[in-house]
Structures are given as structure tokens and as C-alpha cells.
Write a protein that binds this ligand. Structure first.
Ligand code: ATP
Ligand code: MG
Length: 419
């Protein structure tokens, strides 16, 4: 992508009306735009990041046998009355009437849609287990939406629902999902900062599991056992007697964190009201056991920025960066232009993701500070000086020193770092 043709621009100054770091940097870098509190547009650079995260999540869900669907966001009241959540969860759902006076709402979660859907197809033990997921917009009438992508009123979630013949099968899958989640956080570069956290299981289970990423501006507080790499959330810390659930260690560290995902054993909470049953081997009817597994895709993008930035801008982990390379041209010399164009074309041919700052109307200083703000992991620069040595200068976003690489070896070098 040539930066001269990117329709968005960066913003130099700090934004007065954004409190959170992720919103500041993502808006200033031209990744997202705020339409209103908690509602954002994804611009070309931001959309690339979002798709990278989505694809990591998608691959890991397919790895644990998830089948992808896309469910409606517009829901009829009837489904929500069956579980009593139309009234009970009054404040979270955006509700309205259509032109004929029929009550509807925007989906903030999808148990009420997926359960009757699965009921249409699953009848026998032979049809089980089933794992269905989607990556879709959710709508929530959140009271406070000042944390940028961390808390949206419209946001993007991956939600997987699992259906089992018994609790044991549900338990096994729960463990599998846990592992898949850590793979996702690892691939997104935040495994080190992310902790399995015990939370309340509601009425159906002793605990549920949250995945909390430590950041100074997280909305939650967790009690972390550094030995077990496990945490306990605020809700249940009293219940656990201020001890680690695993090793009973009392030396827990209080940390600010943001919940990037959670997994929950729903058991029969939804299958019961929808009468979702199956016939077992003996022809006996049994209730289906369910689990749900959420990841806030857009929140994850915000969390990555909260974890990886400095005072100049974002520092994207490689796997979720919009591009691997930021090729920069700062001299107007004809030979430099031609040679940098050639490097760009060669990289394009090799399908290497590169943003090429070919803008004519920007100073070197402006280009470097834009590159720092946008935060692509590697900056590549060709100048008259480096050309004398037949080299380009390559600098990592998170390192001060740069190194020279022979122009003819650039592709080889890039293939090495992109592994
Ligand atoms: P929270 O306690 O932060 O409100 P939640 O318990 O309501 O989260 P779930 O309903 O389980 O969250 O949703 C699954 C995932 O979706 C969460 O783990 C989180 O990553 C993400 N998520 C929830 N609410 C929002 C929101 N308003 N904006 C962005 N992501 C969200
Ligand atoms: Mg919530």
C-alpha cells in the first residue's frame, strides 16, 4: 500500500476528548474514527489489524472443531421472553418497535438465537457434540463507554457455543477451549500479560473463567498468584478467603486488568427453557448441556495497544500489525526514488505486507514520527548514504539502533523475520 494513496491522515496533537490510550493512539494513527461514545469506524489500517486478530481467533476456533456461522443482529422479543432476559436484562439491550409495533432488540449475546437454531437440527446422541461460532457485531447499552475499544456500545465479539450429551463432555471441551484461548493470546502477543482468572459461575457452576490482560488502565482488578499464574477476580476474592485457589498462597498481587475473553459452563440454563433435548443410545430423552466462549475481538485490539505503546505511538506485535514493513523514502533524488520503488515492487511480488511512505509533501521528520505513531514493527529506509554501501537501513520499532542490510538480501531477510 502506498501511503500517498491512503485516504486517512494521522493527527499530530493529543485528542482532548479521549481518555484512554488505545483510543488516543488508534484515532491519531488513523486506525479508527469515533462516531459517538462507544461506536467506532474501522479505517483501512485498523481494519487490517481487526482482520488479523479475527483470523487468528477463527483459525483456533476451527482447530477445536468450531463451525462458523453468522447470526442476525436484529432479534425478536419472543426469543428473549423464553429465557426471561427481555425484562431481566432491561438496561443492556437496545430495544425498539418496528413499523407495525412489533418489539425487537439488537443482539448483545446470542444464546437466545443459537439454542432454538441448533434445536432444529440436533435430535440424537449421534448429532452431538456440536460447536458453533461467529464473529459479529454486538450491541450493548453500556452505561460508561470512555475506554475506547475496551468498552464499546457496538463492538465485535467472537462467540462460540458448545452442545454436549453430558457434563463430562462439556468439562473436556472447556479444557480444550482454555488451551485454544491461550494460543490466541500467544499469537496476538499478549500471553505474558494474560491470566486465567476465576470468576463467579453464576447459578450453574462454581466458577467461570475469565482471561484478564494486565494493563494499568484496565477496568477490572484481579488478585494474581504469580507462582501459579492464576488470578481471582474481585467478585469472588472474599469467597476464596484471599487465597490462591490452587496453592492457597496468600501473597496475591492486586493488578488492574481488562477481560479479553471468558468461558462459561451454561449447563442447562438455556437448553431447559428452549427444551433442547436429544435421544441417547437407549432412546431416552435428555437435556443438552451447553457452554459459551467469548472473546472481545475489538477489545483485544484495544488491549494490545494498551500493552504495546510508548510516548511516540503504537508498537504492534508482528502477527497483528497492519503491515510487517514500513518502507520510507525521505530523499527526492531520482535514483533513490527509482531504487525504493523497485524494492517496493519486489516486496509486493513476494506478497510481503508493506506500507510505502512515498509521500512527496512530507518532511523526513514528519515521516519518522508518523512511522512511530503507526507502529509497524520494521522500518526500512534507503538514502544516498546507505546506497553507497548498496544497503538499506532496517530499524525495529521497539529498538533504537538500526542495521544495514544489502539491498539484494532484503527479501531473504524479510522472509526470515516474518517466520
Ligand atoms: P465486562 O465484564 O467487561 O462487561 P462481560 O462479562 O459483560 O464483560 P461477556 O458478555 O461475557 O462480557 O462478553 C464476552 C467478551 O466480550 C468479554 O470477555 C469481552 O472481551 C468482550 N466485551 C464485553 N463487553 C464489551 C464491550 N462493551 N465492548 C467491547 N468488548 C466487550
Ligand atoms: Mg458487561
Amino acid at each position: 500500500m502506498k501511503q500517498s494513496s491512503l485516504f486517512t491522515k494521522t493527527i499530530k496533537e493529543n485528542l482532548k476528548d479521549e481518555e484512554s490510550i488505545n483510543a488516543q493512539l488508534l484515532i491519531r494513527g488513523g486506525f479508527i474514527d469515533k462516531l459517538m461514545a462507544g461506536v467506532y469506524s474501522y479505517l483501512p489500517l485498523g481494519f487490517l489489524v481487526l482482520k488479523k486478530i479475527e483470523n487468528i481467533v477463527r483459525e483456533e476456533m476451527i482447530n477445536i472443531s468450531g463451525q462458523e456461522v453468522f447470526l442476525p443482529a436484529l432479534h425478536p422479543k419472543e426469543n428473549w421472553e423464553i429465557t426471561n432476559r427481555w425484562q431481566q436484562e432491561e438496561n443492556i439491550m437496545f430495544k425498539f418497535k418496528n413499523q407495525r409495533g412489533k418489539d425487537m432488540g439488537l443482539g448483545w449475546t446470542h444464546e437466545e438465537i443459537i439454542t432454538p437454531l441448533v434445536k432444529k437440527f440436533v435430535h440424537s446422541y449421534k448429532d452431538l457434540p456440536v460447536y458453533v461460532f461467529q464473529i459479529q457485531n454486538k450491541f450493548r447499552n453500556e452505561l460508561r463507554a470512555k475506554s475506547g475499544l475496551l468498552r464499546g456500545r457496538e463492538f465485535i465479539m467472537k462467540d462460540l457455543y458448545s452442545f454436549h450429551k453430558d457434563e463430562k463432555d462439556l468439562d473436556n471441551y472447556h479444557e480444550k477451549a482454555k488451551k485454544a484461548y491461550f494460543k490466541i493470546f500467544d499469537r496476538c502477543g499478549i500471553k505474558k500479560q494474560t491470566f486465567l482468572t476465576y470468576a463467579s459461575g453464576g447459578a450453574f457452576s462454581k466458577y467461570s473463567h475469565e482471561f484478564q490482560t494486565i494493563t494499568p488502565y484496565g477496568e477490572d482488578e484481579i488478585y494474581l498468584c504469580e507462582k501459579c499464574r492464576l488470578a481471582i477476580n474481585k467478585e469472588i476474592i472474599k469467597e476464596s478467603n484471599y487465597q490462591c485457589i490452587q496453592c492457597k498462597n496468600k501473597d496475591l498481587k492486586i493488578k488492574k486488568a481488562i477481560e479479553v475473553g471468558n468461558i462459561f459452563k451454561l449447563k442447562d440454563r438455556f437448553s431447559k427453557p428452549f427444551d433442547l433435548k436429544f435421544k441417547d443410545k437407549n432412546g431416552e430423552e435428555k437435556i443438552i448441556m451447553m457452554g459459551c466462549y467469548g472473546i472481545g475481538i475489538s477489545r483485544l485490539m484495544g488491549a494490545v495497544v494498551e500493552v504495546y505503546h510508548d510516548d511516540k505511538g503504537i508498537i504492534w506485535p508482528k502477527n497483528v500489525s497492519p503491515y510487517l514493513l514500513h518502507l520510507i523514502r525521505i530523499e527526492k533524488d531520482k535514483e533513490i526514488i527509482n531504487k525504493t520503488d523497485k524494492i517496493y515492487n519486489d516486496l509486493q511480488k513476494e506478497k510481503i505486507e508493506v506500507l510505502y511512505d512515498d509521500r512527496e509533501d512530507k518532511t523526513a521528520g514528519e515521516k519518522f514520527s508518523d512511522a512511530d505513531l503507526i507502529g509497524i514493527p520494521y522500518r526500512v529506509l534507503l538514502t544516498k548514504k546507505t546506497l553507497e554501501k548498496e544497503c538499506v537501513e532496517i530499524k525495529k520499532r521497539n529498538e533504537k539502533k538500526s542495521k544495514l542490510i544489502k539491498i539484494k538480501d532484503v527479501i531473504k531477510f524479510v522472509k526470515e523475520i516474518s517466520k
